[in-house]
Design a protein around this ligand. Structure first.
Ligand SMILES: NC(=O)c1ccc[n+]([C@@H]2O[C@H](COP(=O)([O-])OP(=O)(O)OC[C@H]3O[C@@H](n4cnc5c(N)ncnc54)[C@H](O)[C@@H]3O)[C@@H](O)[C@H]2O)c1
Length: 259
């Protein structure tokens, strides 16, 4: 029960395939109280998915691009639950014009929309919830390793590079409050967001072949366990870090030599 007595805000649950859903499930199994957020037209879908986890989880509306909604969510969560011990940032979006091989023709507005929702939003979330976070506390974001270019991932990839950097800056600015900030670089998982990435399906088999530990794109729980480690006090001296939860694929340059 590594999260006993911990109150966690889990953003980004859309369906039972969401990485945030698996993270909430493992967190509950580890003793945490979970609070969820959803947004816009997806809010009802989030509420249905969350009900499958537990009838007791409250869902608050929070569009990360809407400062008023963030402020209201912080206020309502403080009133109803008190201070929190951790936050999972599981939020990403890119307009279709910013992915799928349109890199050279993407307009600034579309690239900025990717950055705002997928990267800057981590700062928005951290700043909003900082006043109601305990000491120690933990913020975890979900990354896709972007040390290489992934054709088709395009400006979402650029946003992920920004996200990694924001993790490091937040670790600096929030460390004195006892707030750790880390990211988990997940291998590909078949979620709603992933299905909108052109070329995602071709990556699925390749990842399993490349990863020394193998890889199952339909099982988010191994990634969720790493998220839970970072949300727990077991990671009390870890901050500004990106942990790869990808079966080891990031460490391997090419295909294994076969004799
Ligand atoms: N699925 C993968 O292969 C993979 C790999 C590495 C990292 N990730 C990252 O994991 C995170 C979660 O994605 P997922 O794959 O579980 O997909 P998902 O579609 O289940 O979750 C994406 C979430 O982003 C939320 N969102 C989008 N715009 C928002 C906004 N303006 N305000 C608040 N919430 C908003 C959606 O409501 C949704 O819940 C993302 O950051 C994604 O980039 C996914």
């Amino acid at each position: 029960m590594i999260l006993k007595d911990k109150k966690l805000l889990i953003t980004g649950i859309l369906t039972d395939k969401s990485i945030a859903y698996a993270s909430a499930k493992i967190a509950i199994e580890n003793g945490a109280e979970v609070i969820a957020t959803g947004f816009g037209k997806g809010l009802r879908i989030t509420e249905r998915a969350v009900k499958r986890l537990s009838e007791d989880i409250k869902v608050y509306e929070m569009d990360i691009q809407d400062p008023k909604q963030v402020e209201e969510a912080v206020k309502a969560i403080k009133e109803n639950h008190g201070n929190i011990d951790g936050v999972l940032h599981a939020i990403a979006f890119s307009p279709t014009e910013a992915m799928g091989g349109n890199f050279m023709n993407t307009e600034l507005d579309d690239a900025l929309a990717s950055f705002e929702v997928s990267a800057f939003s981590l700062k928005t979330l951290a700043k909003g919830f900082q006043p109601i976070m305990n000491n120690p506390a933990s913020i975890v974001a979900l990354d896709f390793d972007n040390s290489q270019a992934w054709p088709g991932y395009d400006w979402q990839g650029v946003a992920k590079s920004g996200l990694q950097s924001i993790v490091r800056y937040l670790s600096y600015y929030l460390g004195s409050d006892g707030i750790r900030v880390n990211a988990v670089a997940s291998g590909p998982l078949a979620t709603t967001a992933a299905k909108n990435i052109p070329g995602f399906s071709s990556m699925e088999g390749e990842w399993d072949e490349k990863a020394p530990l193998g890889w199952d794109t339909k099982n988010a729980e191994p990634v969720a366990k790493v998220v839970n480690f970072l949300l727990s006090d077991l990671s009390e001296v870890v901050t500004g870090e990106v942990i790869h939860a990808d079966g080891g694929a990031h460490a391997i340059g090419g295909k294994m030599i076969e004799d």
